[in-house]
Design a protein around this ligand. Structure first.
Ligand code: KOT
Length: 829
C-alpha cells in the first residue's frame, strides 16, 4: 500500500480532507480560486469555457472528501462490491447532475450571478461524454446513478474512448458522420491515474511446464499495452456517497517499441506505439449489430482484463483468500461484450494464482452474472476461433476446456443426443468455427437475465431454450429502469416542482410515490397546471431547436416523437408511411384538411455508418419532411422535424415536451426499450406494439391511457411461419398502396424514382420487420390518437395517469431487483 509508505509530518498533511464551505461565499471563493490557479485566468479575462471548467472543478472539490471516504470504506468494510462491466456508458452532461446530487444548485446559481456570469451559457459549453450507442450504454449510466443513490458499493468499469459516438449532421438529407473529440476542451470530471496502470498482453503462444511435479500451462504473449485508469465520480443523490466509474485508456508500453518493434528505426518505433493506443481510440458505432472486428475484441479484452486485475490488486486486501472472492464481488456482464472476462478470471486463478481448475471454476461461476439485451440473431456476438486463438491463445484453450466439461454435463443429464450437443456447444461449427459468447456467458454465469418480462420469456423459450431447460433457476427477469433524477427532476424542472408541491420531495428516491398523483388527475385545477407545464416545455424545446439551427415548434400541434437508434426492427419506416399516408390523404382530397389534427413529427436517430438501409431511411425521413412541411395544401398542419445529432442532452429537452411516444417495433424484437419509460414518466401517451417493456407500461398505465396496435409476438411467428408476403398487404390496402406509390414515384426525390427504389422494393418483397402487415392497425390507432387529443381534458388526465403509474420504471427499483435476485449485495452504512 503506497499511502502507508508516506509519512507526513506536517499537521495539515494528516488532517482529514474537508469540503469547501457550503455557502455562496465559500463556493464563490473556491470557484475564483480554481479560475485563477487551475485555468490561469482572472474573472475578467476568463471565457465561458474557463468558467465551465472552474465551475466543474469547484463541484468536484465539494465531492472529493466523500469520494476518499467511500473508497476507504470499500477497502475496509469487506462489503460485496458490484463491478459493472460495460463497454458503453452514455453518461450525458455531468454539471447539473453533480450539482443536484451535492445539493449545490442554488448556491452555484447565486455564486455565478454574483460574479456576473450567465449560468445557461456556461451549461451550454459542456460536451456530453457520448461513450455509448443507445439504450445499453444509457442503461449502464442510469444503473450507476441508482447504485450510488442507494449506497451500494459499486465500480463501473469501461473504456475511455477518445472518440465517442460520432456527431451527426445532414447534407442533402443524408447522414454525415464526424468524429466526436469530446475531451478537446478539457475533461474536468475525470482523473488519470497512470501510476495505477495495468499491463495487458496479447497474442503469442502457450506452453506447458513442470511446476514442482505439477504440469501447468502458461501464456507467452507477444505484445502488450498499458491500461491507464481514469476515475470519474458517481455521486449519489443527496446521500453524501460518491462511487467510482473507472474507464481505461490504452497507452503504449516501453516494452512495446523496445522488444517487438525495435528495428533500430526510432521514428518507426514511435509510430508503432500508436498501434497500441488505437485500442481505446474510438467507440464502435453499431447498436445491436456488432461487426466482429479484431480491434473490438482487443477493446473487450483490454478493459475486462484491466478491471479484473484492478479489483483483485487494488480493491481487495493484499492477503485475500481468493476462495472467498464470490463474497466480495459480482461482475455483472452488460451483454456479451465483457464475456472474455470469464476465461480471463480462470486464467488468473489457475495459471497465476495456481488454484485447481475445479476450485477456480466454482469461484468463477459465482462471480459472474449475465444480462442479455437482445433477441436479434445478428446481435448475438460470435468470435471466429482463429481470430480469438491468435489474439488470446490461452483464453481459447480455457474456453475449450470449459466447453468440454460443460458438454459432459449435458451428456450426463440428457444422454448422447448429438443434435442437442451441437446446439448447446459454446463452439459453433457453422458457417465456420466460432465461439458463441452468449452461451459462454450462460454457462459461466450464476444468473442470466433479460431486460423486460416478455424478453426474458422469449430468452427462455427460444434463444436460450436448452439452457433454460437444463438450469431453470438460472434464468430471471429484471425489467429495465431509468433514473428519475436525470430524466424527471433535471430534465423537467417545472413538472418536478408541481409534483413536489403536491406530494413532497421524497419521490426523487421513491418513485412509487407518484401514485399520489392519481387522485389529482380528476382535479381540474391540477390538470390545468399540468397542461401549462407541458406547454411551457414545448416552448423550451422550441428555443433549444432554434439554438441548434432547426425550425421552431408550432403552437397547438400534437408533438409526436420517435427518438431511438435508426434500425429496421424499430420501424421508423412505419412512422414514415403514416406521415406519407396522411399527406397523400390531404393532397388527394381524401382527407379534409380542416379536420386534420395539427401534428409535429419529431425524429431523433443516428444510423450506424455502415448500415446502408438505415441511412436510406434517414434520407427518406428528411426528404418527406422537406416536402410535407413546405406544401401549402397542408396549411402547416403537418410538420416533420429531424434535428441532427440526437443525444442525451437533446433527449432531456424533447422528452418533457412530448405528447405522443412512438414505440412501434415489431413484437418480439425490442428487448425492452427505455425511452418508452422516460416518455411515459414525463406524461407522454404511448402508441405502441406489445413489445419489450411496452407490455408492462400498458399493464400499469391501463389500456385507456395507451394506444395499442399491431400483431402480438405469437401472431408475428404465425404469419412468418405461414410465409409472409408483404406485397399482398400492398395490394389489399389502397391507402398503403398510395403511400408507397407516392414514395416510389419520386415525389420526395425531385422525380428521381431510383433514390428510394431499394427501400421500396425492400418493403414490398422482403420487409423482414413486417411494417406492411402492421400498417392498417397502426393507422387505426393513430385515428384513435387524434380523436383522443381532440378532448384535451381527457388527454391531460391520461397524461397525468401515465406519470402517476410509471414509478415502477425507476432504475432504483431495477437495482433492488438485481440486488435481491442476482447480486445478493447490500447497501453499506
Ligand atoms: C448491442 C450489441 C449486441 C447486443 C445487444 C446490443 C444492444 C441492445 N444495444 N442496445 N441494446 C438495447 O438495450 C436496451 C437496454 O437494455 C434495451 O432497452 C433495448 O431494447 C436494446 O435494444
Amino acid at each position: 500500500d503506497k499511502s502507508s509508505e508516506l509519512r507526513p509530518t506536517h499537521p495539515l498533511a494528516v488532517a482529514p480532507v474537508v469540503a469547501p464551505a457550503a455557502s455562496v461565499d465559500g463556493f464563490t471563493k473556491q470557484f475564483l480560486q480554481n479560475l485563477n490557479f487551475d485555468q490561469g485566468v482572472t474573472l475578467s479575462t476568463s471565457d465561458v469555457n474557463d468558467q465551465y471548467l472552474a465551475l466543474a472543478y469547484t463541484v468536484r472539490d465539494y465531492l472529493m472528501a466523500r469520494w476518499f471516504d467511500d473508497r476507504a470504506k470499500q477497502k475496509t468494510q469487506q462489503a460485496k462490491t458490484v463491478c459493472y462491466l460495460s463497454a458503453e456508458y452514455l453518461l450525458g452532461r455531468q454539471l447539473d447532475n453533480n450539482l443536484l446530487a451535492a445539493r449545490l444548485t442554488d448556491i452555484a446559481t447565486e455564486a455565478l450571478a454574483q460574479c456576473g456570469i450567465d449560468f445557461d451559457a456556461v451549461r451550454a459549453v459542456e460536451i456530453e461524454p457520448g461513450l455509448g450507442n443507445g439504450g445499453l450504454g444509457r442503461l449502464a449510466a442510469c444503473f450507476i446513478d441508482s447504485l450510488a443513490t442507494m449506497s451500494v458499493p459499486t465500480i463501473g468499469y469501461g473504456i475511455r474512448y477518445e472518440y465517442g459516438i460520432f456527431r451527426q449532421s445532414f447534407a442533402d438529407g443524408q447522414q454525415i458522420e464526424q468524429p466526436d473529440a469530446w475531451t478537446r476542451m478539457g475533461s474536468p470530471w475525470d482523473f488519470a491515474h497512470p501510476e495505477a496502470a495495468q499491463t495487458i498482453s496479447f497474442a503469442g503462444h502457450t506452453e506447458t511446464y513442470d511446476d514442482e511435479g505439477v504440469t501447468r500451462s502458461r501464456w507467452i504473449p507477444e505484445w502488450n499495452v498499458l491500461a491507464v485508469p481514469y476515475n470519474m465520480m458517481v455521486p449519489g443523490y443527496h446521500n453524501g456517497r460518491v462511487n467510482t466509474l473507472r474507464l481505461w485508456r490504452a497507452v503504449a508500453t516501453n516494452a512495446f517499441d523496445l522488444h517487438t518493434f525495435n528495428s533500430g528505426d526510432y521514428v518507426e518505433s514511435v509510430r508503432a506505439q500508436t498501434f497500441a493506443e488505437n485500442i481505446s481510440k474510438v467507440l464502435y458505432p453499431e447498436d445491436s449489430t456488432p461487426q466482429g472486428k479484431e480491434l473490438r475484441l482487443q477493446q473487450q479484452y483490454f478493459f475486462v482484463a484491466a478491471s479484473i486485475a484492478d479489483f483483485i490488486e487494488n480493491v481487495l486486501p493484499d492477503d485475500f483468500d481468493l476462495e472467498k472472492l464470490p463474497e466480495r464481488v459480482i461482475f455483472q456482464l452488460n451483454d456479451t461484450h465483457p464475456v472474455i472476462g470469464v476465461p480471463e478470471l480462470m486464467r488468473v486463478l489457475v495459471d497465476e494464482k495456481k488454484l485447481e481448475w475445479d476450485a477456480a471454476w466454482a469461484i468463477t461461476q459465482k462471480c459472474f452474472a449475465y444480462t442479455c439485451h437482445t433477441l436479434l440473431p445478428e446481435a448475438l456476438e460470435v468470435w471466429p476461433v482463429d481470430l480469438l486463438g491468435r489474439l488470446l491463445p490461452r483464453h481459447l484453450e480455457i474456453i475449450y476446456r470449459i466447453n468440454d466439461d460443460f458438454l459432459l454435463e449435458v451428456r450426463e443429464r440428457f444422454g448422447d443426443d448429438e443434435m442437442l450437443i451441437r446446439n448447446m456447444s459454446i463452439i459453433g461449427e457453422h458457417p465456420s468455427r466460432s465461439v458463441r459468447m452468449a452461451y459462454l456467458a450462460t454457462v459461466a454465469g450464476s444468473k442470466v437475465n433479460g431486460v423486460a418480462e416478455l424478453h426474458s420469456q422469449l430468452l427462455r423459450d427460444n434463444v436460450l431454450k436448452d439452457f433454460a431447460q437444463m438450469w431453470p433457476d438460472k434464468f430471471t427477469n429484471v425489467t429495465n429502469g431509468v433514473t428519475p433524477r436525470r430524466f424527471l427532476r433535471l430534465a423537467n424542472p417545472e413538472l418536478s416542482a408541481l409534483i413536489t408541491e403536491a406530494l413532497g420531495a421524497g419521490w426523487t428516491v421513491d418513485l412509487e410515490r407518484l401514485r399520489g398523483l392519481e387522485a389529482l388527475a380528476d382535479d381540474a385545477d391540477f390538470r390545468e397546471r399540468f397542461a401549462a407545464v407541458k406547454a411551457s416545455n414545448k416552448r423550451r424545446l422550441s428555443r433549444v431547436l432554434e439554438a441548434r439551427g432547426e425550425a421552431p415548434l408550432d403552437d397547438g400541434h400534437l408533438l409526436d416523437v420517435m427518438i431511438k437508434r435508426l434500425h429496421e426492427y424499430k420501424r421508423q419506416t412505419l412512422k414514415v408511411l403514416h406521415i406519407v399516408s396522411t399527406y397523400e390523404g390531404i393532397v388527394s382530397g381524401r382527407l379534409d384538411v380542416d379536420a386534420v389534427q395539427p401534428r409535429t413529427f419529431l425524429f431523433g436517430a443516428k444510423a450506424a455508418p455502415g448500415y446502408g438501409m438505415a441511412k436510406r431511411i434517414i434520407h427518406l425521413i428528411n426528404a418527406v419532411g422537406d416536402v410535407v412541411s413546405a406544401d401549402e395544401r397542408v396549411q402547416g398542419k403537418l410538420k416533420v422535424l429531424y434535428p441532427a445529432n440526437y443525444n442525451v442532452t437533446l433527449a432531456e429537452s424533447i422528452i418533457p415536451a412530448a405528447d405522443l411516444s412512438e414505440q412501434i417495433s415489431l413484437a418480439g424484437k425490442e428487448a425492452s426499450g427505455t425511452g418508452n419509460m422516460k416518455l411515459a414518466l414525463n406524461g407522454a401517451l404511448t402508441i405502441g406494439t406489445d413489445d419489450g417493456a411496452n407490455v408492462e407500461i400498458r399493464k400499469l398505465v391501463g389500456d385507456d391511457n395507451f394506444f395499442l396496435f399491431g400483431m402480438s409476438e405469437p401472431e408475428v411467428e404465425a404469419l412468418w411461419a405461414e410465409g409472409y408476403r408483404p406485397a399482398d398487404f400492398y395490394q389489399e390496402d389502397g391507402e398503403l398502396r398510395r403511400a408507397i406509390d407516392l414514395i416510389a414515384s419520386g415525389a420526395f426525390s425531385d422525380g428521381d424514382r431510383s433514390v428510394f427504389e431499394p427501400l421500396v422494393s425492400n418493403l414490398l418483397y422482403d420487409d423482414r420487420f413486417m411494417a406492411l402487415a402492421d400498417f392498417r392497425s397502426y393507422l387505426d390507432a393513430q385515428d384513435r390518437v387524434d380523436a383522443a387529443y381532440a378532448d384535451q381534458d381527457a388527454w391531460v388526465r391520461s397524461a397525468i395517469l401515465n406519470v402517476a403509474r410509471s414509478g415502477y420504471f425507476s432504475s432504483d427499483r431495477a437495482m433492488r431487483d438485481y440486488l435481491d435476485r442476482i447480486w445478493h449485495a447490500t447497501p453499506i452504512s
